[in-house]
Design a protein around this ligand. Structure first.
Ligand code: PLP
Length: 421
């Protein structure tokens, strides 16, 4: 029995309708932006394996650091104990994060980083004896698949089976020149009951690579702060260079109270999440009253091996060649966008840093389940490119080490698809 058959007998894949999906492709090896299947066919990983990979696959420097760590300490309980890597990673990250970020709380993944952020906010007000439980979020937001993270995500096909059970959230539109006044007055009207505003800064990833202006985000942040609300920046996707700066929040002047990270944090090598916060938030949990403790933790909190991967990834990230690559990709994306923007099948082009998105003109049928999505996915797969359109939106989100030739090949295949399909 080959691997695919064995897989289908025992495995249930994520975000996959197992009845109709094509069998999964066994991947045996990765190198740079490439993945190789068992027959030696190569694929350009144009989605960075669900947006996590930033330095390329099986990076030897990260591999070396992870393997060295494995021989020293694989794990230790993180309540009552600590270890060198956890402290070093926190110290180094706080140096490059917005200055008001003072404490790091570790977890396992993006959803847990968001859960921790929400619990920090709600309990912050609880500990202060204020009744603020409402949360403001954006329509089309995506913050993860666990229940709290799902609740602050936009209602969609993904959440439909659970909508009744999700706590109530005030969803607002993305800000723009026309609606910013209405949004700020609506926020003022909610102020006395609202605990926080959670947002994906600049780019809504899973919502379809929707992008909005830093100036209006800044205005919303300033307004929420004025009304006494806490600000949670979910940088699980946008962190570590994706938007052209270290963090998307570096594009705005206001600083969030809480930030969430995962995905690129370990260079895409291992699962790790973290939530950072201000001294003010941290201080609201300090008390002789044990009930004011943040009662949250995961078995693998601050796993030393995952942290070794994160430290190695951070070394690579802070090397000047990485920012050069990010700028190179951004410039190439921009030139390609200009080239195809007037094509009749191109509805819109969006770009922020290394994220390129192109919406395919399909008239009125724009659902996620539109068959065009499946046709495009297969078309690029056959051409040796992993692109996973979100509905009608094709996006390119490569590891920063992707070569010009590889990028040019992806662009050429997109142009070909525009003619062929
Ligand atoms: C992917 C994502 C999450 C969830 O992260 P997981 O590690 O998949 O749980 C949360 N927020 C944003 C913005 C994301 O893109």
């Amino acid at each position: 029995m080959d691997l695919t058959d064995r897989d289908l007998k025992v495995i249930w894949h994520p975000y996959t309708q197992m009845k109709t999906a094509k069998p999964p492709i066994p991947i045996v090896r990765g190198e740079g932006a490439l993945l190789f299947d068992e027959n030696g066919k190569k694929y350009i990983d144009a989605v960075s394996s669900w947006w996590v990979n930033i330095h390329g696959h099986a990076h030897p420097y990260i591999a070396k650091k992870v393997s060295e760590q494995l021989y020293k300490l694989e794990h230790v309980i993180f309540a009552g104990f600590t270890h060198e890597g956890a402290v070093e990673l926190a110290e180094r990250l706080l140096q490059i994060l917005p200055k008001n970020q003072q404490k790091v709380f570790y977890s396992d993944n993006g959803s847990t980083a968001v859960e921790v952020a929400i619990k920090m906010c709600l309990q912050y007000w609880h500990n202060k004896g204020e009744n603020r439980t409402k949360i403001i979020a954006f329509k089309n937001a995506y913050h993860g698949d666990t229940f709290g993270a799902m609740a602050v995500s936009g209602r969609s096909a993904f959440t439909a089976a659970f909508d009744r059970l999700l706590f109530e959230v005030e969803f607002i539109d993305l800000p723009n020149e026309d609606n910013i006044q209405n949004l700020t007055s609506y926020i003022s009207h909610l102020k006395s009951k609202t605990a926080c505003f959670i947002f994906e800064p600049l780019v809504q990833g899973a919502g379809g690579m929707l992008m909005y202006d830093a100036a209006y985000l800044n205005e919303l942040m300033a307004h929420c702060r004025k009304e006494g609300m806490l600000l949670i920046a979910d940088e699980v996707f946008t962190g570590f260079g994706r938007t052209g700066k270290n963090f998307a929040c570096n594009h705005v002047q206001e600083q969030p109270d809480i930030m969430c990270f995962s995905k690129g944090l370990t260079g895409g090598t291992m699962a790790l999440g973290l939530t950072t916060c201000t001294q003010t938030i941290y201080d609201a949990f300090l008390s002789d009253d044990k009930l004011k403790t943040l009662f949250h933790g995961h078995s693998f909190t601050a796993n030393p091996v995952a942290i070794a991967a994160a430290l190695a990834s951070l070394d690579l990230f802070l090397d000047p060649s990485t920012l050069k690559n990010i700028k190179r990709i951004a410039a190439k994306h921009m030139a390609f966008g200009k080239k195809i923007t007037n094509h009749p099948k191109v509805k819109t082009i969006r770009q922020t840093g290394t994220i390129f998105a192109m919406e395919w003109e399909t008239g009125s049928n724009t659902s996620y389940f539109n068959s065009l999505r499946d046709i495009l996915y297969q078309y690029f797969l056959d051409a040796g490119i992993i692109l996973r359109p979100l509905g009608n939106t094709i996006y390119i989100l490569p590891p920063y080490c992707i070569t010009d030739d590889e990028l040019n090949y992806i662009y050429a295949k997109i142009e070909q698809a525009l003619e062929a399909l």
